[in-house]
Design a protein around this ligand. Structure first.
Ligand code: GLN
Length: 493
């Protein structure tokens, strides 16, 4: 097949469109993987979205898909569609770095459950995507493997921490991607890069084999070019897992089945706290225009106050850092990854290994988290944060008595300049103001493209719903997408 035709076949096409092409034998799964790698050769020198490529694995999966197509055998719905996974998910025999020096040469001895599920669904994993070290960050500038650039403007951050996953989908390197979201790390980069990104309900997707950052908040979720693809991918990775005791033991709905139903009478609450001070006027305009789209679709809009939102940043950062300090204690030079060679005794080996292996932001969090957990301070910080977390959850319970879904911006601004706030951790933490609440409440949230600012950068709309409301949320997102064309726009690279 001629290059241009192949390019046309993959770049910016959706999984659903590509499946039709595969079944009609207009293109093979091998050619799709070929195209992904060609596109990566073409643009990744600039973007830096990948840490490792997994060519052998991707081609092996594609071959199996092509073999089954040849004999007209049944094919899972996303079979043959290239996917990138964030490099904090373990893949057997493949380097899994979490974008940290400390795991630079760590080869995972087992598969995470999501990788197993992608395998069962014959979805070719083309590579491991760049991220902020241990998923700590909002701009993807904390990676030991270099910044990721935003495909819409190379001077801008792609958002973090799943910046590589978002950039890979946005630039046409991959059709799908997986990320992880502890405080917004799927939704923020999705909004900065103009793609769909979803954090499922806590426990919907197994965390087995995901390198832990903050275990009570972490959740894996899909990136895609549109809501329909995201719904298919969510279904493929969801479900109970005996290897993760926090995974939910309930059947996984067929999210695609109800996607196209209308949303007349749906009650949507607009969070007043997130449309006030500090929100960029262009973001505000786009959100107000989105509210009108929902009104035209027959939804009932109400203003909702979530008063404890003023505490979300402080609550989240105490809990996330405390859990991180405990989770990262295992990286001590003994069991995993990097070990300092010149230490003369065990203590020195621990300290030198950790000093060399961790980046600045990770060290900051280990120190603050350890402090918050230490005897004498535990009650004042960690316990207090857990209590406020309960208050925030109660705000949500109350809100969801009144409305079905909550609507807000994903972030107060569009993509920030690379380098602009990397030395100002507080400003960086404030970028998560609208996303963190869903993690604290264990609730699902989605980011969908809802406009562009005057510089041509994408703006994201966030919907958050009650636990296990993914079906409804995806339907609301799909209806919005059908009424607008923001998701069809692509960066000019
Ligand atoms: N930006 C947030 C943080 O740095 C969220 C990260 C995430 O969701 N993994 O903690």
């Amino acid at each position: 097949m001629a290059d241009e035709k192949l390019k046309d076949a993959l770049c910016y096409k959706t999984a659903v469109e590509l499946r039709k092409a595969l079944l009609k034998r207009e293109i093979s799964a091998k050619e799709l993987v070929d195209y992904s790698y060609r596109r990566i050769d073409e643009v990744d020198g600039k973007l830096n979205a990948f840490i490792s490529l997994t060519k052998q694995y991707a081609y092996r999966t594609a071959e199996e898909v092509d073999r089954r197509i040849k004999i007209n055998s049944d094919l899972p719905l996303l079979a043959g569609i290239p996917i990138a996974i964030k490099d904090n998910m373990c893949m057997h025999g493949i380097r899994t770095t979490a974008a940290s020096r400390i795991l630079e040469n760590y080869v995972a001895p087992y598969n995470s459950t999501v990788v197993k599920k992608l395998e069962e669904n014959l979805i070719p994993i083309i590579g491991k995507a760049n991220l902020d070290e241990f998923a700590m960050g909002s701009s993807n500038e904390n990676s030991a493997f270099g910044d990721v650039k935003n495909p819409w403007n190379f001077n801008k951050a792609p958002g973090g921490s799943s910046g590589g996953s978002a950039a890979a989908v946005s630039s046409g390197e991959s059709v799908l991607a997986l990320g992880s979201d502890t405080g917004g790390s799927i939704r923020l980069p999705a909004s900065f890069c103009g793609v769909v990104g979803m954090k499922p309900t806590y426990g919907r997707v197994s965390r087995f084999g995901l390198i832990a950052f903050a275990s009570s908040l972490d959740q894996i979720g899909p990136f895609a070019r549109n809501v329909e693809d995201a719904a298919l991918l969510l279904r493929a990775i969801s479900g109970n897992d005996p290897m993760d005791s926090t995974s939910i033991n309930l059947p996984v709905p067929d999210y695609s089945a109800t996607l196209k139903e209308d949303i007349k009478g749906l009650r949507i609450g607009v969070i007043t706290e997130f449309l006030g001070e500090g929100i960029n006027p262009e973001v505000k305009d786009a959100i107000n225009a989105s509210i009108r789209v929902y009104e035209d679709l027959g939804a009932k809009i109400e203003e909702i106050s979530v008063p404890n939102t003023k505490y979300v940043i402080s609550t989240y950062y105490v809990i996330a850092m405390a859990e991180a300090s405990s989770n990262l204690a295992r990286f001590d030079g003994v069991k995993f990854g990097h070990r300092n060679k010149d230490a003369e005794n065990l203590m020195e080996m621990y300290t030198k290994t950790r000093a060399e292996g961790f980046g600045e932001e990770v060290k900051r969090r280990i120190m603050l988290g350890t402090y918050a957990l230490s005897s004498g301070y535990y009650d004042a910080y960690y316990k207090k944060a857990q209590q406020v977390r309960s208050l925030i959850k109660k705000d949500f319970d109350k809100a969801f008595e009144q409305v079905d879904l909550l609507l807000s911006p994903v972030s107060p601004t569009t993509a920030i300049d690379l380098g602009s706030i990397i030395n100002d951790p507080l400003s960086m933490y404030l970028m998560d103001i609208c996303t963190i609440m869903a993690n604290l409440g264990g609730l699902p949230g989605i980011s969908i493209p809802c406009g562009f600012d005057s510089k041509g950068l994408p703006i994201g709309l966030q919907l958050v719903g009650p636990a296990l409301s993914e079906e409804l949320m995806l339907r609301a997102a799909y209806n919005f997408e059908q009424a607008t064309d923001f998701h069809t726009k692509n960066p000019a690279i």
